[in-house]
Design a protein around this ligand. Sequence first.
Ligand code: SAM
Ligand code: SF4
Length: 346
Amino acid sequence: MTAPFRMPVPSADATPALVDPFGRRVTYLRLSVTDRCDLRCVYCMSDDMTFLPKRDLLTLEELDRVCRAFIDKGIRKIRITGGEPLVRRDVMGLFRSLSRHLEAGSLSELTLTTNGTLLGRYAAELASCGVRRINVSLDTLDPDRFRQITRRGDLGVVLAGIDAAQRAGLSVKINAVALKGVNEHEIAPMLEWAHGRGMDMTLIEVMPMGDIEPDRLQQFLPLSVVRERLDERYTLVDTQEHTGGPARYVRVAETGGRLGFITPLTHNFCESCNRVRLTCTGQLYMCLGQEDAGDLRAAMRGSEGDARLSDAIDEAISRKPRGHDFIIERSAGRAAVPRHMSVTGG
Ligand code: SAM
Ligand code: SF4
């Protein structure tokens, strides 16, 4: 049995800060705990993926250690992602361990992005570790289309996982990738379904990452087009809510729910970027759209103390670029960034 989560006590000491060369405070770490997944979404992976050998992955102890180092430097929000984070063996051990920072008040949010297939098993335990909100990626409510998009998934299992998450008291946000000719006609019904169940929804544009077939220009559906169509049907009220990320939010007057648009290709969001991404092999990417990374695994494995790790984090943050360079037309449908999204964790 997991001990019940205790409410955090505010931290009394001076707040540390990680500040990049452009004066942006980095407070948000996205941590990929595996490159593996039980699905093969067409925009994310190829059908015959080769996954990393286990020895290349950070161990659970190393993941915990690197999180502590980041929290000591002022990271306040950690999102666990992947691949599919819940397929990592004993990932709940990591959540249990990280929950101590929530209890201490040094971390304000611990969350995850998941495809939902294992929520039926883990939702209650996630809640008991202090997780309050999760993102579930779901692009369709049609079982056949779900199987086509994910190449192997069972929609019923994911819907049961969402039920389990809501029963456990987790607030769920649905993330849907808008795919031309695939799910574009489902966006309005999905919006009503999500808002009807008290879940926010965010739409994501396909990003040119990883060398996967089919041609990305065929999948690309600009969210400006989606928004125009939704505008004809609903009253979308702009909100000032920003998360420091690429999402812009509206409130849908008819449903009362929130709808986000993540438009990395058509909208520049870099000026307010507050995040960095760590891969499951310990590479710290300062920008989703750039190749530069710092090697935190080498820093951790090269020394038992944390001084080298701390220096490696500072050094990497000092190289955080001003912004990204995704241009799907210019990359002619090929990957602008050769990493798969499952490597950096989206
Ligand atoms: N497996 C988990 C999931 O699907 O939620 C977490 C990892 S997944 C890489 C994180 C998010 O990235 C998902 O919402 C997924 O839809 C999105 N994603 C993956 N590849 C993408 C791409 N090429 N363009 C835009 N979004 C992508
Ligand atoms: Fe797996 Fe998530 Fe990528 Fe789909 S988007 S293949 S669920 S990692």
